[in-house]
Design a protein around this ligand. Structure first.
Ligand code: NAI
Ligand code: MG
Length: 318
């Protein structure tokens, strides 16, 4: 039995999470499911985007299925996603990107770097502190090296060590940890790396990098798969994990019923892998592929199907 907390969030979150939840419940009807209300809409209604009570519920979860959250440009509002990642110490953000002839796993450090949240405004400038700690770097380096060791044994370290001392430190620690496992190691400057991943995706296995670089790299890599509606991510901590699509709340298509639910459904596939049910995860992916091959696709993939139609077809194909 697993305790699953479900947080649909804002925008298209409440549209793509139900079909994903249907898939999970198809395999595990007897797990405990607890919905929680959080995010920008919650903030507008209650003045609190993430209440202490909700945070406690999240802490007790084994697994969290998360939609998306709107982060408005309001200085009084702080990102809920960043806060949850920090509070629950979900230090490894995994973003798999795969397709015809390539299979990449982006491992993004998830708790510090430029998203440390340590920032302040002065009279004529604003500062954000980029924090790269030894402990933070070492655990993500270990995690990524172990992933590579189980896959094709190749690790690329995305960095900007030529410009930033904080990245030189990150690189040094990643090299140390990767060398212990005997996998092949490659270092690349992040700007050139983004282009090379798009041009030659088959050259890559696991890529480890700092927080913001991993954010940008994975959104760019969505290009290889037909867009943001396709990519899932896992945020892994020591005792629990949170699964969320890479995309945001997509206000431009909210309420139209046309959001692509595949990223959210792939989150369920990642979740099943995380709990050791790889054959079920593969079944989910097969059902997705079958649905796409039959031309049942939302408009972002060039189709005319609705969110519900795609969700129902995937469920039918299971
Ligand atoms: P976004 O990912 O929400 O949307 C970017 C573009 O991709 C939009 O044109 C959107 O329609 C499209 N798109 C995204 N998901 C899609 C799907 N499932 N199916 C079809 N099309 C899809 O990013 P944007 O516009 O930069 O941000 C919107 C809001 O989301 C902002 O408030 C932002 O802060 C928030 N956000 C939240 C994230 C999270 O909760 N983890 C991640 C990224 C952004
Ligand atoms: Mg992003």
């Amino acid at each position: 039995m697993k305790r699953v907390v479900v947080a649909p969030g804002d925008g298209i979150g409440p549209e793509v999470i139900p079909p994903a939840l249907d898939v999970l419940k198809f395999f595990h009807p007897d797990w405990e499911y607890t919905p929680v209300y959080l995010g920008y809409e919650c903030w507008k209604r209650t003045g609190d985007a993430l209440s202490d009570k909700t945070l406690e519920t999240l802490r007790k979860a084994d697994l969290i299925l998360f939609g998306a959250i709107t982060t408005p440009p309001d200085p009084k509002y702080h990102s809920v996603v960043l806060r949850i990642r920090k509070e629950l110490d979900l230090y490894a953000n995994l973003r798999p990107v795969f397709g015809e002839g390539f299979d990449i796993l982006i491992v993004r450090e998830n708790t510090e770097g430029l998203y440390s949240g340590i920032e302040w405004k002065e009279k004529d400038r604003a500062c954000t502190l980029r924090v790269v700690s030894e402990a933070g770097s070492r655990r993500i380096a270990k995690f990524a090296s172990a992933c590579a060791n189980r896959r094709r044994r190749h690790l690329t370290i995305g960095n900007k060590a030529n410009v930033m001392k904080s990245d030189a430190y990150f690189l040094e620690i990643c090299m140390e940890e990767a060398e212990k496992t005997g996998i092949s190691i490659d270092k690349k400057y992040i700007d050139a790396l983004v282009l090379d991943v798009l041009q030659h995706p088959s050259r890559y296995d696991v890529i480890v990098t700092t927080n913001i670089f991993g954010d940008i790299l994975s959104d760019a890599a969505a290009f290889l798969e037909g867009g943001l509606g396709m990519l899932p991510s896992a945020n892994i901590g020591r005792h629990q994990a949170l699964f969320e699509p890479v995309h945001g709340s997509a206000p431009d298509i909210t309420g139209k019923g046309i959001a692509n639910p595949i990223a959210a459904i792939r989150c369920v596939s990642l979740l099943l892998k995380y709990v050791g049910e790889r054959p079920l995860a593969i079944e989910v992916e097969r059902a997705i592929q079958k649905t796409i091959a039959a031309g049942i696709k939302t408009p972002d993939l060039g189709g005319t199907a609705t969110t519900d139609e795609v969700g129902r077809e995937i469920l039918k194909n299971l």
